[in-house]
Design a protein around this ligand. Structure first.
Ligand SMILES: Cc1cc2nc3c(=O)[nH]c(=O)nc-3n(C[C@H](O)[C@H](O)[C@H](O)COP(=O)(O)OP(=O)(O)OC[C@H]3O[C@@H](n4cnc5c(N)ncnc54)[C@H](O)[C@@H]3O)c2cc1C
Length: 446
């Protein structure tokens, strides 16, 4: 059935593509305006001429609880490109080169987490005594509102230094890209509930292909087949509203042209949102996006002369290793000759301000202190990518600045990882936000 209604989507990041795909599936006529020459926003692959290959701007991992992402991937036909763990399993290596494997057994929660942690070699007897207290987090209901931040919460429920260092910090860096003290208890508990409420939800999911192949190319193909129009290098200057602000009337551009459609969805990042409105409209609507703070991720691609040995990475079967006590937090084996390193929360350690060479030298130092057999002569080349505004900081204050997807203007919606989904800055948050906008539009037409 053809809805016949038109929708403008501003931004072709994952949130914009999600809104567009869910709407196109119901035969809405979608037009995307993207300011840059490429789609994908903060999750993209770039072509490296020297190696004649695509690389990602940073390693992205998904998790078993990314239900909206899986729906999106099924619609565009990319779901089979995901590699799911059977159970959560990660190797950690510390700065004394000691390797510890965390593995959740195939049991119902919370038994899987508790048993996994009780068998985790990084923890001592005293730590293990406190593991059972994690049940309080999984119940969660009496904890929200009692603590200022997640760091405080973890200490108050008796989590030891080792539990925080070997379990909570790696988890929090990976999901929230900041320290526990910067994570709101509400958002933390929501992720815990989603991630640990079923055994399959806690597994890690690594794409077998690059980000373009997983999230973007198939979406563009799907949209084109559904007669969507996708315009690159098209910067939206303003969204113009009726006098009473109840209706979004036009999307306008630098050259003075305007387009009128039945619905308008903003899917720009928080740092580009304010510019879409004149001051009066922005203030009347109570938007406060500019108060959100951002956090940097630095990714370093290392290319090796020879095949990377399994033993150097302590036989990590899933291609992912956590490092403890170093600035580099995660290593991903992307191919036999390519490692991708992740430094989250890079502003805090001053790494964002370092030169690429200084960052590379820091990585070498971290790898030498953690990996047996590693030697810098093994490396043929490297590439450093800094994403200064990779994610927003999901602290307690952030909830005041995240608007809902549905607004008081009947035909204007807001998507983006930073809108109020009670999730951190993630692919799942971005896709969920786009889906909420699409569902509401579909609901008002059918
Ligand atoms: C290095 C890195 C690693 C990450 N790792 C993970 C991970 O492991 N797992 C995970 O789930 N998430 C991860 N993330 C987060 C994830 O990538 C983001 O949450 C997600 O991509 C945000 O999508 P978005 O569509 O909300 O915003 P964006 O990707 O920022 O898209 C917004 C789009 O709007 C466009 N735009 C802006 N202004 C205008 C305008 N005026 N007119 C037209 N277009 C405009 C922009 O060009 C952009 O394309 C990572 C992010 C980075 C940077």
């Amino acid at each position: 059935m053809r809805s016949g209604k038109t929708v403008s989507v501003i931004g072709s990041g994952i949130a914009g593509l999600s809104a567009a795909v869910f709407l196109a599936e119901k035969n809405f006529k979608v037009t995307i305006f993207e300011s840059s020459p490429k789609p994908g926003g903060r999750a993209y692959s770039f072509f490296d001429r020297e190696r004649n290959q695509f690389f990602d701007n940073g390693q992205h991992i998904l998790a078993g609880w990314y239900k909206n992402t899986f729906e999106y991937l099924k619609i565009i036909g990319s779901y089979d490109k995901l590699n799911f763990q059977k159970q959560l399993e990660i190797n950690f290596i510390n700065a004394d080169k000691k390797v510890y494997r965390l593995k959740f057994p195939d049991l119902k929660p919370p038994l899987n987490i508790l048993t996994g942690l009780l068998k985790f070699g990084a923890l001592n007897f005293r730590d293990k005594k406190e593991v059972l207290k994690i049940r309080k987090l999984l119940n969660g209901k009496d904890l929200n509102g009692k603590f200022d931040n997640t760091g405080e919460l973890l200490l108050n429920i008796g989590q030891t230094d080792n539990l925080i260092k070997y379990f909570w910090e790696p988890f929090i860096y990976a999901v929230f890209n900041t320290v526990p003290e910067n994570v709101s208890v509400e958002i933390f508990l929501n992720v815990i509930k989603k991630g640990f409420s079923a055994n399959q939800n806690s597994v890690l999911v690594i794409p077998e292909v690059n980000l373009n192949d997983l999230l973007i190319n198939d979406a563009l193909f799907y949209l084109q087949n559904k007669n969507a129009e996708i315009n690159f290098n098209r910067i939206v200057k303003r969204i113009e509203f009726s006098e009473d602000l109840k209706t979004a009337e036009y999307v306008s551009f630098e050259d003075g042209s305007k387009i009128s459609q039945d619905y308008i969805i903003s899917a720009v990042p928080f740092f580009a949102f304010r510019k879409l409105f004149d001051e009066k409209t922005y203030e009347s609507k109570g938007f406060k996006a500019e108060h959100l703070k951002s956090s940097c991720i630095v990714s370093v691609h290392l290319f090796f002369h020879n095949k990377i040995s399994e033993s150097m990475l302590s036989d990590n079967s899933f291609g992912m290793t956590g490092l403890i006590g170093t600035d580099v937090q995660w290593l991903f084996k992307r191919s036999d000759f390519h490692l991708s390193l992740v430094i989250s929360n890079a502003d805090a350690s001053g790494i964002t301000e370092m030169s690429n060479e200084e960052i590379y030298n820091k990585c070498l130092k971290d790898l030498k202190s953690t990996l047996t057999e590693f030697d810098e002569t093994m490396i043929s080349d490297y590439k450093v990518i800094k994403e200064k505004r990779a994610t927003f900081i999901p602290d307690k204050e952030s909830s005041k600045y995240r608007p809902g997807q549905i607004t008081e203007s009947r035909n204007f919606f807001i998507a983006g990882d930073w809108t109020d989904t009670k999730l951190p800055s993630t692919i799942e948050g971005a896709i969920l936000s786009g889906r909420i906008c699409a569902d509401k539009i579909i609901e008002s037409e059918y």
